[in-house]
Structures are given as structure tokens and as C-alpha cells.
Design a protein around this ligand. Sequence first.
Ligand SMILES: Nc1ncnc2c1ncn2[C@@H]1O[C@H](COP(=O)(O)OP(=O)(O)OP(=O)(O)O)[C@@H](O)[C@H]1O
Ligand SMILES: [Mg+2]
Length: 205
Amino acid sequence: MDRLYLRKPAEGVKRPDMSQILDFMRADLKHLQNIASRFGKVGSITKLEPHNLHRILYDTVEYFRNRMPHLGSRIDIHLISKIDGIEVLMDLELIKWTLENLIKNCVDAMTGKGGNIIVTATHKEPFVYVHIRDEGKGIPRNQWKKIFDPGVTTKKRGWGLGLSLAKRIIEEYHEGKIRVLESALGEGTTIEIKLRTNHPKKGKA
Ligand SMILES: Nc1ncnc2c1ncn2[C@@H]1O[C@H](COP(=O)(O)OP(=O)(O)OP(=O)(O)O)[C@@H](O)[C@H]1O
Ligand SMILES: [Mg+2]
């Protein structure tokens, strides 16, 4: 998407200066290194550590915001988080990878249509809930479970792997839950992730 910036900008579109382009390139290179490190981890033993999920959501949303197509049908991304400061047990790189894949699916579902992606994060001890909502094409009710199976795709160039890996990461590695919370054809979809907070273990009540 950054390539857009290197071409002649459309009439009335402000071209970012060279230092800004270099900053984006540097960030993308770092990003690719992180992805390589994440893939090394799938299948190996992961270590769950407490992280500020709010910060990770913020950075992920910011990353996408800077790379959304702004010509043609416009896609906006927003974060509504009520979990700042709450620590969540996670493997950082795998959770980032999962969030990026879910948001990428939202972008794909809104291509040619445009609209909003809204990431919401709430907290109810001992869990946090992340909702990723889009205004895309929606998913038929009888596919809500199936889309998490490997190889299920409706995309020309899709592998059908994103959600099956996301499910494995959330449910096997983090003992959390991921599901389609709601979806309506032509209106949009909400995916829910539920993860455990780093609540200090208490004696049996
Ligand atoms: N937010 C969404 N809105 C509409 N459909 C979705 C959404 N997320 C997933 N889907 C449907 O579920 C299918 C499976 O998604 P998944 O991420 O596993 O694979 P993919 O995106 O097709 O390919 P890959 O992620 O491997 O590149 C998609 O092809 C699409 O039909
Ligand atoms: Mg996908």
C-alpha cells in the first residue's frame, strides 16, 4: 500500500515527505522481521507473559490506519479501549499476528465498499474481550463455525489459513476463545476474542 506514496499523487493528495516515507519503510522492515520470528514460534512451545494489551491494540490499529487505502472507497479504523493498564497473559508476537490477520480479513470484506473497522476492548475479571467489527460483506450463519477450519476461503488468492491459525493461537496456546459474535450479510461482522487477565491466583473461595 505504501507504493501508492512513491507514485505521483492524485490531484489534491498531499505527498508525504521523504523522511516520512523512510520511516514507513523502516517500520515495515521491522514488521517483516517480527513476522518471521512469529512463524518460528507456531508449533513450538510458547511462553505466556503479562502484557498491556491496550498498547498492542493501539499500535496495531495505528499501523493499519497509516496504510489504509485513501483513494476510492475509504476504510477507517478506530479503537475504543477500556483496558488500559490491564495485563493479559500472552505470547506477544502470536497475538499481534492474530490481530493483524483479523483486521486484514475486515479490510478484505470491505474492499470496494469502504466503511469502518471498530476495535473494542472491555474487561470483566478474569477476562478481557476484544471485538473486531467491520462493515463488510458479512458471513452466512451456517459458515460462522466453518470459517475457522483450515482451507476454508472465499478469496481468489486466499489460503484459508488465517482464522484456523488464529483459533489455534487463541484456544490452544492461550486457553481463550475466538468466535463470530454476530454477522449480517451486507452489513458486517464482529469477531470476538476472549483472553485471561494476569489476575493473581487466589486461594479457593
Ligand atoms: N470479517 C470478515 N467478513 C466476511 N468474511 C470473513 C471475515 N473474516 C473471515 N471471513 C471469511 O472466512 C474465510 C476464511 O478466513 P481466513 O482468514 O481463514 O482465510 P482467508 O482470509 O480466505 O485466507 P488467508 O487468511 O489464509 O489469506 C474468508 O475467505 C472469508 O470468506
Ligand atoms: Mg484471512
